[in-house]
Structure formats: structure tokens, C-alpha cells
Design a binder for this molecule. Structure first.
Ligand code: PMP
Length: 284
């Protein structure tokens, strides 16, 4: 695989980052994951915009313009012959010459890394036909989940807790309400109404979330952006998640309670279809 690191395209085993990199020492960095369908980028503009916001919130210098970023994405897709898959992008505050809590001097170059992950069958996923089982876990992450930082230890532990419980993923709960999934936004459906948590510092502002809610409204579905509990979710007619790597994915069980008929719901399945179809049309 050819990867990108700080201006160079290299075979993955030749790509290197300093041991003093702030991303490595302090999780001082941000990332984006953009999906690729038919060799084209899904919602690149949305991801570029959120990346700029994450960088700005952390006062990390934006290392290049969106056009240059797009060129790198496309170059990696071409060099690695990606038809369906993901592009991972990470930007850290860079590598000063020692470890220090204080931010390094302003002229420290941010570290920029991108690599591809080929995922044939991303759009036609078997999981979308069976649905996922989720468990609930407490949300003990920090208070700025709207910034897409590389601090992913707790979400990683959450997925391990789910796996140990025989489930596929975990929904996180804070003050009695669901915030989001470990790496996705969480939704329930009540009749013709889609309910998902309102935006704020408590959740990541999903790029897929924004698109799916837009498509839902265009299809005359009702949308309520508000907090909901696990009990309300267990009583819902449907549940699902969204993310750039799963698109729309039905959830059929929450903490052992079957949702609806225990099979992917009509609304989630329809939204998945619309999302993939419309995203393909608008792909770059
Ligand atoms: N919430 C969290 C915590 C996430 O990690 C992700 C995906 N990285 C999402 C939501 C979904 O965001 P997106 O649709 O932009 O992939």
C-alpha cells in the first residue's frame, strides 16, 4: 500500500513519524475518515469543513488548502486502486524536539498522514441485511466530543466491551440519555419520526448524520433532534446508526431487547438506499 506522510507518497513500511510526535505522545491530533464508492469520494467537502473546524478549535495550523487535500485523497485512491473503501487522514500538532505539555512553537510543522483501506462490499454489506446488536455503556469521554480528536481509547474499549458481551457495538449514555455510538451517531424511529440527539459538545457532528437528516426531510419524514433514553430506544419501532464507514446501519437489539421485529426496519433500509444512491451521484 502507498501512504502519504508529510508531502511524500511512500510504501507503507517506509513511512515514518517522529517518536516526539504530539499525536503519539498526547493524542494531540485530529482525523477524518472519508468513504470511497466507485473510486470516488463521498462528501469530501463535509469532511474537509469539519477537519478545518477541529483544527481551529485546537489551534493546530491547517497545513494545506482543501484543494490540495482533495488531490492527495484522489492520488491515494488511484495509486492503491481503491474501488470501495476508506481514506484515513490524520493531522497532529507535529513533532517538537522534546516532550512538553506546552504547545510547541508556532513554526512546528503539523504532521500529515493519509492512508487507504480497501473494503470491497462496503455498500452491499451483509450486516445491513441482518442489523447490529448494541449494548449500552456509560459515556466517560471528555467534554469536547464535537472535535474529532485521535483520543479513541474509550471508544476502542467500548467496542471490546460490546464484543465481550456478544454484541457488535455500544451506545454511550450520559445523564440518562444516549449520546452516540462508539464511532457513529445513534437514531431511533417512532412511527414515521426519526429521533437523534441534538448537536452540541456532547457528540460528534457526523457528516453522514447531516446528509441522512437532509434526505429524510426531503422524503417527508419527520425528524426530531433531541435526547432519548435506552428505554425509549428499546420501545422504538426501529433503531440505526450512521457513519462514513457504515453509511446507515440498522440496529436490531439494544441491551438484549429486540427492536421491532428484530430485523432491519423499513425506514433504516430506505434511508440506507437513498443515502448510498444520492452520495454516489454527488461523489467527487
Ligand atoms: N460519532 C463518533 C464518536 C464517531 O467517531 C463518528 C465517526 N468517526 C461518528 C459519530 C460519525 O461521523 P461521520 O458520519 O462523520 O463518520
Amino acid at each position: 500500500r502507498t501512504v502519504y506522510v508529510n508531502g511524500e507518497y511512500l510504501p507503507e513500511h517506509e513511512a515514518k513519524v517522529s517518536v516526539f510526535d504530539r499525536g503519539f505522545l498526547m493524542a494531540d491530533g485530529v482525523y477524518e475518515v472519508t468513504s470511497v464508492l466507485g473510486g470516488k469520494l463521498i462528501d469530501f467537502e463535509g469532511h474537509a469543513k469539519r477537519l478545518a473546524r477541529s483544527l481551529s478549535e485546537l489551534q493546530i495550523r491547517k497545513p494545506m488548502e482543501d484543494e490540495a487535500l482533495l488531490d492527495i485523497h484522489r492520488e491515494l485512491v488511484a495509486r492503491n486502486d481503491i474501488d470501495e473503501g476508506l481514506i484515513y487522514l490524520q493531522i497532529t500538532r507535529g513533532a517538537p524536539n522534546d516532550r512538553d505539555f506546552i504547545f510547541p512553537p508556532k513554526d512546528t510543522e503539523p504532521t500529515v498522514v493519509l492512508f487507504t483501506q480497501s473494503k470491497p462490499g462496503l455498500a452491499d454489506s451483509p450486516a445491513a441485511r441482518t442489523g447490529l446488536k448494541v449494548i449500552s455503556i456509560p459515556d466517560i469521554r471528555w467534554g469536547r466530543r464535537d472535535i474529532k480528536t485521535v483520543q479513541l481509547l474509550y471508544p476502542s474499549m467500548g467496542k471490546m466491551m460490546a464484543k465481550a458481551a456478544g454484541a457488535d457495538d455500544a451506545w454511550m449514555v450520559e445523564e440518562g440519555a444516549v449520546t452516540e455510538g462508539t464511532s457513529n451517531n445513534a437514531y431511533i424511529v417512532k412511527g414515521n419520526t426519526i429521533v437523534t440527539r441534538h448537536l452540541g459538545n456532547e457528540i460528534l457532528h457526523g457528516i453522514t448524520r447531516a446528509a441522512v437528516l437532509r434526505f429524510a426531510r426531503e422524503a417527508q419524514m419527520q425528524v426530531e433532534e433531541r435526547a432519548f433514553t435506552i428505554e425509549e430506544a428499546q420501545d422504538a419501532t426501529e433503531a440505526f446508526i450512521t457513519s462514513a464507514s457504515t453509511f446507515v446501519m440498522p440496529v436490531v437489539e439494544i441491551d438484549g431487547a429486540q427492536i421491532g421485529a428484530g430485523t432491519p426496519g423499513r425506514v433504516a433500509s430506505r434511508l440506507r438506499e437513498i443515502y448510498i444512491e444520492e452520495s454516489r451521484k454527488a461523489a467527487l
